[in-house]
Design a protein around this ligand. Structure first.
Ligand SMILES: Nc1ncnc2c1ncn2[C@@H]1O[C@H](COP(=O)(O)OP(=O)(O)OP(=O)(O)O)[C@@H](O)[C@H]1O
Ligand SMILES: [Mg+2]
Length: 221
């Protein structure tokens, strides 16, 4: 079933991008005409475009989700990885009045990671945290040395999770957001586990959420 779903997702991607491209061309054609009929057509084209975009995001999320075997792990810094993701989200955080604080242990040992893939996991966690704080708040990212390796705590002062959300958050397609796919956390978990890591969460409604991910440090020979 998984293989079938994966090839189906691939098959849908190409016609979908042809549809999108042509809708964009159609959009340009109608933009050049200044009649009420053309304006109505434009509105419909935009609806189709938005839905195509949603489908494309869903397909990409799904394909990322299935593409997690045979990682090529190389030594890397969890601090650097996290900093890159935070830098990426900085403009959005500013816009949303979210203050980002980092407490990175400068002596954090390196871990084995695949940069692109781990980036996607951290991205999903930070994206969720920001989505939980639409009216501002604080996001703390802290790294520390643990008994087995290194850990990252990501603490937000957002909406928190209900007991139902806490139970179901790692389920594929579980979401309580309009337009959410519900693949962010299952993908993150799968990626973290593919790095021999674990992910834990503590959350309280209206107070916030803390995600902790922990990775073993490679044994010295
Ligand atoms: N930091 C957080 N604060 C509050 N709720 C969260 C947080 N992170 C995850 N959740 C809850 O877990 C659910 C699942 O998260 P997940 O990232 O898998 O999907 P999503 O964010 O809803 O959609 P997608 O990530 O696909 O856009 C969310 O809908 C939300 O209810
Ligand atoms: Mg998400």
């Amino acid at each position: 079933m998984a293989t079938l779903a994966k090839s189906l997702a691939h098959e849908i991607k190409n016609p979908l991008s042809v549809i999108r491209m042509n809708m964009e061309l159609l959009h340009e054609d109608f933009e050049a005409i200044a009649t009420p009929e053309a304006r109505q057509a434009l509105a419909k084209i935009e609806t189709v475009n938005r839905q195509c975009e949603r489908l494309q995001t869903m397909l990409n999320d799904f394909l990322n989700f299935t593409r997690l075997t045979n990682l090529e792990l190389v030594p890397g810094s969890l601090n650097d990885q996290m900093q890159q993701v935070l830098t990426f989200f900085e403009p959005l955080a500013n816009q949303q009045n979210v203050t980002i604080r980092t407490y990175f242990d400068p002596d954090l040992p390196s871990i084995n990671l695949e940069p692109q893939t781990l980036h996607a996991a951290l991205l999903n966690l930070v994206k969720n945290a920001l989505e939980a704080m639409p009216d501002g708040g604080e996001l703390v990212a802290r790294t520390r040395i643990t008994r087995v390796g290194v850990a990252l705590d990501l603490i937000d002062t957002g909406c928190g999770m209900s007991s139902n959300a806490l139970l179901r958050m790692f389920e594929e397609f579980y979401t309580n957001k309009d337009g959410g796919t519900g693949l962010g956390l299952p993908t993150a978990k799968k990626i973290i586990e593919a790095h021999s890591g674990v992910i834990n969460v503590q959350s309280e409604v209206n107070r916030g959420t803390q995600f902790t991910i922990e990775f073993p440090t490679p044994k010295r020979i």
